[in-house]
Design a protein around this ligand. Structure first.
Ligand code: CP
Length: 310
């Protein structure tokens, strides 16, 4: 049977909202769904629950996997996209929320280009808010599925050396992963040009590398990030090709260390942060992350309903 234990908080806005017990509880529920899901057979756990996917910024993986997860659990689910909504006619964010709430929504999955919007919605709503990525602040469900992928591969994250490579300054994935992977016992490293590292690095308690080969020598896992051009000021990099030359992961990096595991949250800009030939290389777990993302989101939706909506 699915676990009977409950989550601590009726929201997920940042990685810190989950205790280590919460994270293992989500993994336990994800294991259950992974083992018991049969194509074409739905679970009834979210029957009668309405889930709104409120995406004010583009998404492929996060939006589709939450939608699939909600449908596999028999929820009523609908999508809201800002570009085609009455926001374009001047309606405010809070009025948009009240309008959606009046339709009987209990769970909101929210993505926005501004940091803090999920917090604002959570304060102004009686529903459960899940942050699906806010600006450069956090993306906690990505960190959950990354941690789950590593646990499936290695058995445990304890003492695993995980190096995050690329545009760390603008990355919500990096912020959530540093917290969550550390909580689970991993050692964190960061490898990036100085201009793409945050100013307040000391509090992050990570090993810093400015040479990709040294980072690879140290790491069991590379978590590669794309350049977040949509959040980047000009002048941070001399050129894309220079970034790629010094901080891109190349084919020989992996062939020289076959046990090295590579994650990327996507979307990938092949030819910049990652060599094209690595897309289907063993231990490059990008598609596995996507597959596990659906089960992690099923687990989360199930646990929020079970913990707070019964
Ligand atoms: N990893 C991630 O957030 O991808 P999407 O932008 O496609 O949702």
């Amino acid at each position: 049977m699915i676990t009977d234990k409950k989550l601590t908080n009726p929201f997920l806005l940042q990685a810190d909202d989950l205790s280590i017990e919460d994270i293992y509880l989500i993994f336990e529920a994800a294991d259950y769904f992974l083992d018991n899901y049969k194509p074409g057979v739905k679970f009834n756990d979210l029957k009668g629950v309405t889930v709104a996917l409120a995406f004010f910024e583009n998404s492929t993986r996060t939006k589709l996997s939450f939608e699939l997860a909600a449908k596999r659990l028999s929820a009523d689910v609908f999508s809201f996209q800002s570009k085609t909504s009455s926001l374009a006619k001047g309606e405010s964010l809070i009025d948009t929320l009240r309008t959606i709430e009046a339709m009987g929504v209990q769970i909101y999955v929210v993505r926005h280009s501004c940091s803090g919007v999920p917090h604002f919605l959570q304060r102004n709503s009686s529903g459960i808010v899940i942050n699906a990525g806010d600006g450069k602040h956090e993306h906690p469900t990505q960190a959950l599925l990354d941690a789950f992928t590593l646990r499936q591969h290695f058995g445990s994250l304890k003492s695993l050396n995980v190096c995050i490579i690329g545009d760390i300054l603008h990355s919500r994935v990096a912020r959530s992963n540093i917290k969550m992977l550390s909580t689970l016992g991993a050692n964190l490293g960061l490898c990036a040009p100085g201009t793409l590292l945050p100013r307040d690095l000391v509090k992050w308690n990570c090993k810093i590398f400015d040479d990709i080969q040294l980072a690879i020598d140290w790491a069991n896992v590379l978590l590669v990030l794309r350049l977040q051009n949509e959040r980047m000021e000009s002048g941070l990099l001399p050129s894309m090709s220079e970034f790629s030359k010094y901080f891109g992961v190349k084919y020989p990096h992996l062939t020289s260390k076959p046990e090295l595991v590579l994650l990327h949250p996507g979307p990938v800009n092949y030819g910049i942060e990652l060599d094209y030939r690595l897309s289907s290389y063993p231990n490059v777990l990008i598609q596995t992350q996507v597959t596990y993302g659906v089960f992690i989101r099923m687990a989360l939706l199930y646990l929020f309903k079970h913990s707070f909506l019964n």
